[in-house]
Design a protein around this ligand. Structure first.
Ligand code: FE
Length: 208
C-alpha cells in the first residue's frame, strides 16, 4: 500500500497488537461457547489469505481483455461470469462489473460501511472502510484518486458507485497500451487491487 493511503486510516485505528488481542479474545469466546470451531476459523483465514483475493479479480479482468465473449457475459451478469472462473462464494451473489472507457472512469465505495465483492477482491483494505474514504470518494473522487497517484484527464467523466449488501461493484479497467503480445497470465499481473476498486488504473508492463 502506498503512503498516500495513510490518509484514510480511521481516526480510531488501534495498534496491530491491540487488534490482535481483541480478535484473539473474540475467537476464544466463540470457540468456548461452541458457536464456531477453531478449525473452522483457521480454514476461513487460510482461504481468504491464500485463495481469495484481488489476484482472482485480476484473472477475471485479463480474461475479459482477451476474450470478447467473456467480457460481454461479464458486463451482462458479473456474478455468473465470475462463477465460470471459480470466483464465487460469500458476499458475491450480486456483483456488477463497471467498464472503464476513454470517456468514463468508475470508482467504487461503500458509503454506509464496507460492502465489497469478496469473491473477486478478497477482504477490503482498511482504508476502504475508513470514514474518510467513504465520504471523500463521493465528494471529491478526483482528489482521492490523485492521492493514489492517478489523475484522469479533465474530459473523462468520473462515476462513483455505492456498493451495498445487496449489490457489490468492481471495476473492469481498460487494458494498458503496449500489451499486445502478453499472455493472459502476464496481463493479470498488471491488474492491481486498487484498479479493481477504481482509485487507480492497472500498471503498464514497464511499471510491472
Ligand atoms: Fe457496506
Amino acid at each position: 500500500m502506498s503512503d498516500s493511503t495513510e490518509h484514510f486510516a480511521p481516526p480510531s485505528a488501534r495498534s496491530p497488537e491491540e487488534l490482535a488481542a481483541r480478535v484473539k479474545a473474540m475467537e476464544s469466546i466463540l470457540v468456548e461457547k461452541g458457536i464456531i470451531s477453531a478449525d473452522a476459523i483457521d480454514y476461513m483465514s487460510s482461504v481468504y489469505e491464500n485463495e481469495v483475493g484481488p489476484q482472482v479479480g485480476a484473472k477475471v479482468v485479463a480474461r475479459a481483455w482477451t476474450d470478447p465473449e467473456f467480457k460481454a457475459r461479464l458486463l451482462q451478469d458479473a456474478s455468473s461470469a465470475c462463477r465460470e472462473m471459480g470466483a464465487t462464494g460469500l458476499e458475491g451473489d450480486e456483483m456488477i462489473a463497471l467498464e472503464n472507457t476513454d470517456q468514463v472512469h468508475n470508482l467504487v465505495v461503500c458509503t454506509l460501511c464496507s460492502c465489497y465483492p469478496w469473491p473477486v477482491l478478497g477482504l477490503p483494505p482498511n482504508w476502504y472502510k475508513s470514514p474518510s474514504y467513504r465520504a471523500r470518494a463521493v465528494r471529491e473522487p478526483r482528489g482521492v484518486m490523485a492521492e493514489f497517484g492517478y489523475t484522469p484527464a479533465p474530459e473523462v467523466e468520473v462515476r462513483v458507485w455505492d456498493s451495498s449488501s445487496e449489490l457489490r461493484y468492481f471495476v473492469l479497467p481498460g487494458r494498458p497500451n503496449d500489451t499486445d503480445g502478453l499472455t493472459e497470465g502476464e496481463l493479470a499481473e498488471l491488474v492491481t487491487r486498487d484498479s479493481l476498486i477504481g482509485v487507480s488504473v492497472p500498471r503498464t508492463p514497464s511499471e510491472a
